[in-house]
Design a protein around this ligand. Structure first.
Ligand SMILES: [Zn+2]
Length: 200
């Protein structure tokens, strides 16, 4: 229920020039950076189907999704990866909160080439999630467990509280909704709003 992402946001020539001109300043107010963030948000909403890159749940359940740096961009951490495409995805507010991911440093072995770094968590783009997680599907609960004693699986489940009762139930509700959406073939966003209104 948490899928590996395969579509990082790739810059066009103008966007790349813009990025090159702001020296890794994510909060630049330059128009081209503001426009880039809007384009990124739209890209991830479509490619992640509005699901959090860490917990796989619809991110509107815990507030709007947020552009997330998998390796934090803050001072003393990894400002060099601020605009690295494979370091950016959308996460729910809960996973990105100070009690969970926030400034957690997931890199265990640094490499100048981002994709060659080693990570302590299941990486949204670089890991096959099925190598690290196992699922047990029920109508009321979808249980997650560690596959093959994976240390990344253990760390991600702990950090994002993926095995909590709340998340276990939320996954079951989401899975049931998706099955209904498939049966009725109603656009996902409309169906989800109707069903989440009913389930409250
Ligand atoms: Zn999440």
């Amino acid at each position: 229920m948490i899928n590996q992402l395969n579509s990082p946001y790739l810059y066009n020539v103008n966007e790349q020039n813009c990025v090159n001109g702001v020296s890794n300043k994510w909060d630049s107010r330059k128009n081209c950076i503001l426009n880039l963030k809007t384009a990124m948000n739209n890209h991830f909403d479509i490619n992640q189907r509005e699901k959090c890159c860490f917990c796989g749940l619809y991110y509107d359940r815990t507030g709007r999704g947020e552009l997330e740096h998998i390796a934090p961009k803050g001072a003393g951490l990894y400002p060099q990866y601020t605009f690295t495409p494979h370091n950016i995805a959308k996460a729910c507010q809960l996973c990105n909160s100070s009690s969970m991911k926030h400034t957690y440093d997931p890199i265990t072995v640094l490499n100048p080439v981002y994709q060659n770094c080693q990570f302590s968590i299941v990486h949204p783009y670089l890991d096959n999630h099925n190598d690290h997680y196992k699922w047990n599907y029920g109508l009321l609960n979808v249980l997650i467990s560690v596959n093959n004693n994976s240390s990344k699986g253990i760390k991600s489940i702990e950090l994002f509280e993926l095995a909590s009762e709340k998340r276990t139930r939320a996954r079951a509700i989401q899975r049931n909704q998706e099955r209904l959406e498939n049966i009725f073939n109603i656009p996902n966003n409309i169906k989800r709003r109707i069903l989440s209104a009913i389930s409250i």
